[in-house]
Design a protein around this ligand. Structure first.
Ligand SMILES: [Fe+2]
Ligand SMILES: [Fe+2]
Length: 189
C-alpha cells in the first residue's frame, strides 16, 4: 500500500521535482555563460545540487510506488514574468535569492507535517541542507557586488524581486501551502 496521502501529496512531490529540474536548467545555463570566476564556481555547484534534488524526488516517488504527475506551472517562469527578466548578473542573483528563500520556506513548512512518509521526510531533510547554502552564497555574492553596482541599486533589485515573489506567491504558490495544510489534518485510515 502506498504511504502517500493521495493525489495531493503526489502532485506536491511532482511539483518539487519539476521545480528542481527548472532550477537546474536555469543555473546550468548560467554557469555556462557567466565569467566571474567565483560566481561561476558557486553556480556550477548550485546547478549540480538542483539536479541532484530532482533525482532525489524521482527516487522518493519511485520508493513510494508512484510516477510523477505532469506539472505545467513553473516557479521560475512566474518569477521572471512578475519581476521582469534580469538585466545583469546582480539581478540574476537578486531573483535567485527571492526564489531560494521561497523554496526553503515551502520545504520547511512541509517538514512540519506530522507523520510524513519516511522517504519524504528523508528527502526534505537532505535537500534542506543544500538550500541553506544556496541562500548563503547568493547573499554573499550580492554583498560583494555592491561596490560594482552600488549598494542602493542592489537593494532596489532585491526589493523588486521580493515584491515579485509575493505576487507569485499569491497567484500560484498559496496553493502549495493549502495542500500542505490539508496534509496536517490527514488521519490515517
Ligand atoms: Fe533544490
Ligand atoms: Fe536551491
Amino acid at each position: 500500500m502506498s504511504q502517500l496521502r493521495g493525489d495531493a501529496e503526489r502532485w506536491l512531490l511532482s511539483f518539487y521535482r519539476a521545480s528542481e529540474i527548472s532550477g537546474a536548467l536555469f543555473f546550468g545555463r548560467l554557469a555556462n555563460v557567466i565569467r566571474d570566476p567565483r560566481v561561476q564556481f558557486d553556480l556550477t555547484r548550485h546547478f549540480a545540487d538542483e539536479s541532484q534534488h530532482a533525482r532525489w524526488w524521482s527516487d522518493c516517488m519511485d520508493t513510494l510506488g508512484v510516477r510523477p504527475a505532469r506539472v505545467s506551472a513553473s516557479y521560475q517562469d512566474a518569477y521572471l514574468e512578475a519581476g521582469g527578466a534580469p538585466a545583469n548578473l546582480m539581478e540574476v542573483l537578486a531573483v535567485t535569492l527571492a526564489f531560494e528563500k521561497r523554496v526553503a520556506g515551502s520545504y520547511a513548512s512541509h517538514l512540519k507535517v506530522h507523520e510524513l512518509a519516511p522517504p519524504i521526510r528523508t528527502t526534505l531533510e537532505r535537500i534542506m541542507d543544500d538550500e541553506g547554502w544556496h541562500i548563503q552564497w547568493v547573499s554573499r555574492a550580492l554583498r560583494e557586488l555592491e561596490p560594482e553596482y552600488g549598494a542602493d541599486t542592489v537593494k532596489v533589485a532585491i526589493d523588486r524581486y521580493a515584491a515579485a515573489d509575493r505576487e507569485v506567491y499569491q497567484k500560484t504558490l498559496a496553493e502549495h501551502d493549502e495542500i500542505v495544510a490539508s496534509l496536517q489534518h490527514f488521519k490515517a485510515a
